[in-house]
Design a binder for this molecule. Structure first.
Ligand SMILES: N[C@@H](CCC(=O)N[C@@H](CS)C(=O)NCC(=O)O)C(=O)O
Length: 220
């Protein structure tokens, strides 16, 4: 695997290639980078500068009209171009295109395909929203915080962590599904560890052990 850093949006690349538009510490970009690295794929990485609002420049809006990273550009050896945004969609595209041995993903006829899909969607929607609510409050100076919103976010997050704890406990392998790392772990890791503060390891021992394992894998 080689990650080539691209410094300019104008840099011409030769087919075939994979180019990821991301931004420094983005948890969503990290999810994609983790899978590209695990599959040992060669890819170009262009980190947009949010301070300069590069994600809202017309040239990038042509690539993703919603002005968000990550976006993957894949040009195959025949010059066919695929551009895809949204980390979950990108992960599925990479898995179905390059994970032909199904090392980190599951084929459509495997029930685990839908288990991964269900939990990935949950993490990318309700879980991430709750985590973000808490993050926004914790990043606000104490005197300006809204205690109701913070305590609701804390309570919701406790319930959400409970769901993940139960899922890990039931599976018994230290991973969310099957006996090995899958795109569900890859989706969950940056979301679970996003923001300040450690998790309550007494209440959520399986999540704590899983975080330590994920950390040791050095995915990005
Ligand atoms: N649901 C999207 C979320 C992507 C997202 O929120 N990206 C942020 C960076 S972490 C972004 O591009 N923000 C720039 C902006 O909103 O202007 C995904 O999963 O890819």
């Amino acid at each position: 695997m080689v990650c080539h850093i691209v410094n300019s949006k104008e840099e011409k690349l030769e087919a075939p290639y994979l180019k990821l538009y991301s931004a420094g510490r983005s948890p969503f970009g990290k999810k994609v980078i983790a899978l590209l690295n695990l599959l040992k794929l060669d890819y170009y990485l262009l980190n947009l500068d949010f301070d300069k609002k590069e994600q809202k420049e017309p040239s990038f809006l042509q690539i993703n009209p919603r002005g968000k990273i990550p976006v993957l550009e894949h040009v195959d050896s025949k010059g066919n171009k695929m551009i895809i945004g949204e980390s979950l969609a990108i992960l599925n595209y990479i898995a179905n295109t390059f994970d032909t041995k199904r090392e980190f993903s599951f084929a459509l006829d495997n029930p685990l395909y839908y288990d991964v899909l269900e939990w990935s969607v949950y993490i990318a929607t309700a879980f991430d929203q709750t985590k973000f609510q808490q993050f926004l409050q914790l990043m606000t100076p104490v005197e300006e915080r809204n205690p109701q919103i913070l305590s609701k976010a804390n309570a919701d997050l406790d319930i959400a962590f409970g769901f993940l704890e139960d899922k890990l406990k039931k599976n018994k392998t230290g991973f969310f599904v099957s006996d090995h790392l899958s795109i569900l772990d890859i989706v969950a890791y940056p979301s679970v560890t996003f923001g300040p503060g450690p998790i309550d390891s007494e209440k959520f021992p399986c999540i704590q052990a899983w975080i330590e394992k994920m950390e040791s894998l050095k995915l990005y």
